[in-house]
Design a protein around this ligand. Sequence first.
Ligand SMILES: [Fe+2]
Length: 221
Amino acid sequence: MTRLQYYGIMTMLRMKVDISTEYGIPIYKVNIGINTHLIHHVEEYFSREGAMHHLERGGLSTRTFDGGMHLHNIEEFKDLSADIIKHADVYWGGYGLDRYYEPYIKQSWSNRHYRGNETLSHIHSGSPIVATYYMQAPEDSGRIYFENPLEYHQCHEPRSNDNRRYIDIEDGTLLIFPGFLKHGTEASQTDLPRTVLSINFGYENRKPVITYQRKQNENIN
Ligand SMILES: [Fe+2]
């Protein structure tokens, strides 16, 4: 998708969406605001079910992968989830994925960092696109970074060895990017909590199904 096409969608959504193309890969960034009620809700969740995760250095994660509840399945998160799916659908086509399919939320969880905590470099296997939504991202709580997926292919090119690109985040930032793009966070330098909701998307047939004829007539990718 070109910047012009994205601009059309931004106008339609009446929101300021930034599309940075790190390594030629579009990364979708928009601020969808915060909901203090949800922050209180996740506070309770952490105090009841917070656990360590092997991809986190310190901090807490909600227990999604060992029998705990995925946050998007909780009533309080339904509106937020629906909002995030709308953005994911925009990104889906923009990134060039087949619009015969539409993204849905397959898994969701939350990580919380305090001073010195960080998320180690990782990918989200099995998910074409993923989202991170920052419910709390105070100053100095750590930027997200993305690693160059072409690092090995570009190894004979005269490039800096620094293969990480950093993106600033704030309260309410929603990022959407491909699941294969390796990423992590800087260590937090503040005592205030940094709380992120992470989402893995799956995909299913779009409803109503876009027929082959309609795809041809309307030039749908
Ligand atoms: Fe991640």
